[in-house]
Design a protein around this ligand. Structure first.
Ligand SMILES: [Zn+2]
Length: 591
């Protein structure tokens, strides 16, 4: 085979989870971390000491990322690899130690006088990461004094993050009886959720009602965990003197409030253009109005076209080439050199993911390829992620760390190239309809489902400032948010969605919703621009990717797209890409 479907990991560390080479590497990282902590504790006297400390901490960060990438590949390829699971624990400890070191460095940055600060920034190695240093310094200044922040972080382990853990434990224990093929089975919450996308509407409907019932029965517990973790967050923000709950998530995503508002406003103005598609989908499913469990349901079409892996690789490379020679050459190399694990076998983790090894300057893609169209999209998507990492690999470590809202830029872009090519080349009308429906459904998810999450979360946090909310109040808040976000277009909503959606209970990332929609539209806007300019856009595209981790999104759009994200035009053009797909879908499904 030109393109192996089993990846190659031994060039990174020989011997899998029993690798002695890997063991030694991890032990050496322990040494680096201890040494860094020692240097910080003994006090820094000269600017040069701080500079070299930042350089070395970045290096330690790359080591932790390298090890973490290796372990995640091992656990993904075999979920039963217990040794790999143990390594995972070890790497988490190192990540925490590294975070503590960064925290101490941030304090050092705030203690610098303006003259010392200027002196630091002109140092050769600091210039390229000046954006990050400034960001860290400003953010540290807005927090409580170091001793208080440290205490808050310690209390958070049992008083904040623990609520997220309790939630996950309780979800893990859920077991819901479900009759399938004449047999009663006990399903996990996740397995039941998969049934919500079943091709048979009766199965979806039954799964939905059982799911609402199961989450409803646990709602008291989940209302408590959600209220407590939100309460902790609000108290900490209050102590820091922060008034908006969006302050932290916006800063993490390096974006302004005006940008976020303009994005949602433009989406809202366009929502009614999605309604005819939803009505048509309902008709194709043989129902009057979509229920929430129909929105993502597959259309009952006959198009069981299977694409062999080798063919998928060739198809992706050839379509990438039409847009960018560099992207095509990169993808060809990655596919040929065993960067992709695609074999369909047991004990593999579900889903697709791209992992980057910053020291080896390579990536690995994990997925299970079964020949479906959506698998081809996933492969293109993950290759896009790998290309993004490839464009950043020579940058200073901190300049490789982009925020969540631009993390999907290259992947969504690569996916769009292939998705359009597939629609163009589809040899039956049914195939074409299925592919378009798939694309539009993604947009519906970003414009409606994610919008509902955002509306719910902002309103919940506002109300929570006044006191705890009951499960019933949370249900009401969720239904109102969904009705608004879906423009009253559905026949049934999911009141317990606040309990069943993990994202509301993740403590590491607040407001884990709007960055998805931002990333999707940002990438579509970029794709539109690339289509207009043609293959000569390659250079600008790569330049944009190289800057993703060292400026705000507003600056990024201004510099590379000549766009103002606080104005509607950019967003409208991105949405127009979806509207064009809807027009095509409506024309094809007329009779
Ligand atoms: Zn992705």
């Amino acid at each position: 085979m030109n393109y192996p479907d089993v990846w190659e990991l031994s060039s990174i560390f020989k011997g899998g989870s029993t690798s002695s080479e890997f063991k030694q590497f991890v032990e050496e990282t322990d040494g680096c971390l201890n040494e860094l902590e020692g240097r910080l504790q003994s006090g820094l006297e000269r600017i040069e000491e701080l500079e070299s400390l930042i350089v070395d901490t970045q290096q330690a960060m790359q080591r932790v990322r390298e090890a973490s990438a290796f372990v995640s590949c091992l656990t993904a390829q075999n979920v039963k690899d217990e040794k790999a699971a143990l390594w995972q624990g070890k790497i988490t400890v190192q990540s925490t130690a590294l975070q503590t070191i960064w925290g101490m460095i941030d304090v050092e940055l705030t203690l610098l006088s303006e003259t010392e600060w200027e002196q630091l920034l002109v140092k050769k190695k600091m210039k390229e990461i000046s954006f990050h240093l400034l960001e860290r310094r400003e953010s540290a200044k807005e927090k409580l004094p170091p001793a208080e922040e440290k205490l808050a972080a310690q209390l958070a382990i049992d008083g904040y993050h623990a609520w997220g853990k309790v939630y996950q434990q309780a979800v893990g224990r859920m077991s819901i009886p479900f009759v399938e093929d004449g047999q009663e089975k006990f399903l996990s919450a996740g397995q039941l959720q998969n049934r919500l996308h079943h091709v048979d509407r009766q199965v979806r409907k039954r799964a939905f009602h059982l799911s609402e019932k199961a989450w409803g029965e646990e709602a008291g517990l989940f209302a408590a965990t959600l209220n407590h973790l939100a309460g902790f967050r609000i108290q900490l923000y209050k102590a820091r003197g922060w008034t908006s709950v969006l302050k932290e998530p916006l800063e993490m995503n390096r974006m302004q409030d005006e940008t976020l508002k303009m994005m949602w406003d433009t989406i809202k103005k366009n929502k009614q253009m999605l309604y005819p598609f939803m009505d048509r989908k309902a008709t194709l499913l043989g129902i009057k109005k979509l229920a929430i469990y129909d929105v993502n349901a597959p259309l009952p079409l006959r198009h069981n076209q299977s694409i062999p892996y080798e063919h998928a690789c060739e198809l992706i490379i050839s379509h990438f080439k039409r847009f960018s020679q560099k992207l095509a050459v990169f993808a060809e190399g990655a596919l040929r050199d065993g960067w992709v694990e695609a074999e369909n076998r047991s004990h593999k983790r579900p889903g697709g993911v791209c992992t980057t090894f910053p020291l080896s300057k390579q990536s690995r893609i994990f997925m299970t390829y079964d020949g479906s169209m959506s698998n081809v999209s996933t492969l293109a998507h993950e290759l896009g992620h790998a290309f993004h990492a490839h464009c950043l690999k020579e940058k200073e470590p901190l300049s490789q760390r982009y925020a969540m809202n631009v993390a999907e830029t290259a992947s969504t872009f690569a996916e769009a190239i292939v998705a359009d090519a597939l629609v163009e080349e589809a040899n039956t009308k049914e195939m074409k309809i299925a592919l378009l429906e798939n694309k539009i459904s993604r947009a519906i998810a970003f414009f409606m489902n994610i919008h509902a999450r955002f509306l719910f979360e902002t309103r919940f946090y506002e109300r929570r400032k006044e006191g705890m909310l009951s499960a019933e109040q949370l249900n009401d808040l969720m239904i109102t948010a969904q009705q608004e976000a879906y423009g009253q277009q559905l026949s049934t909503y999911s009141p317990t969605f606040w309990a069943s959606k993990l994202h509301f209970h993740i403590t590491g990332v607040p407001f884990y919703n709007f960055p998805y929609t931002f990333g999707y539209l940002f990438s579509l806007g970029l794709y539109k621009k690339a289509q207009e300019v043609g293959s000569s856009y390659e250079k600008s595209y790569i330049a944009l990717l190289e800057d993703t981790a060292r400026m705000s999104v507003e600056e990024l759009a201004k510099k590379h797209l000549d766009a103002d994200l606080t104005k509607p035009d950019f967003w409208q053009e991105a949405i127009n890409v979806v509207l064009a797909d809807i027009d095509e879908f409506m024309a094809l499904t007329k009779e």
